[in-house]
Design a protein around this ligand. Structure first.
Ligand code: K2U
Ligand code: NI
Length: 184
């Protein structure tokens, strides 16, 4: 099972690599890696497992973070409507997005960053996304709130972008135009 030891930390070059598209059908190894990523998130949100294996709680995990430069990430979270969102997205894309932006009122964190980096991270408030599942089936989904923020945070990882790249260096809490805070 994946633990924090498998998650690479800032400074590791793979976090700055643009991940490669996956070809279908997936290899057995790619399937197993995807399953392990989703299981990590579930374990990280299970009090007993998180304590036993010293896991930091996460709602998303990108393959770059376990040193695999392939375009897949797992999400495991409860969305704004109380629905459980649980999937691994392969070759994910943002097809369209709102003009409005949003940001986490308390800023963002990252399992690959062992320090606080304060500041607002501008995100699209609502996004329409496309991705394939492990069987190669296309999915199209509209996301908002924490689900939209998490999807964008993970998609950034596949492009070698870290959340703090998006924070205004001069004024980290500068007002973001056309944005409203998302209070989780
Ligand atoms: O990619 C990662 O490092 C996992 C992040 C993803 C994330 C960060 C900020 C905002 C949305 C997603 C971890 O899940 S950080 C822990 C966390 C937990 C709940 C809500 C926000 C962040
Ligand atoms: Ni991250």
């Amino acid at each position: 099972m994946l633990t924090m030891d498998d998650i690479i930390k800032e400074g590791h070059p793979t976090l700055r690599e643009k991940a490669a598209e996956l070809k279908f059908p997936l290899s057995e190894e790619e399937r197993q890696t995807a399953d392990a990523m989703l299981t990590f998130l579930k374990n990280s949100q299970d009090e007993e497992m998180a304590k036993k294996y010293n896991l930091r709680s996460g709602i998303g995990l990108a393959a770059n973070q376990i040193n695999v430069a392939k375009r897949m990430f797992a999400l495991y979270l409860t969305d704004d409507n109380g629905e459980q969102l649980e999937f691994v997205a392969f070759n994910p894309k943002i097809a369209s997005h709102s003009v409005e932006s949003t940001y986490l009122a308390n800023g963002e964190g990252c399992l690959s960053v062992d320090r606080d980096v304060p500041g607002y991270v501008p995100r699209h408030a609502r996004i329409t996304v496309k991705f394939k599942d492990a069987e190669g089936k296309e999915h199209k989904m509209r996301l908002k709130g924490i689900a939209a923020i998490a999807f964008q945070h993970e998609l950034d990882h596949l492009n070698g972008v870290m959340f703090y790249d998006r924070i205004d260096e001069k004024n980290p809490f500068a007002e973001i135009p056309n944005a409203s805070a998302y209070d989780r």
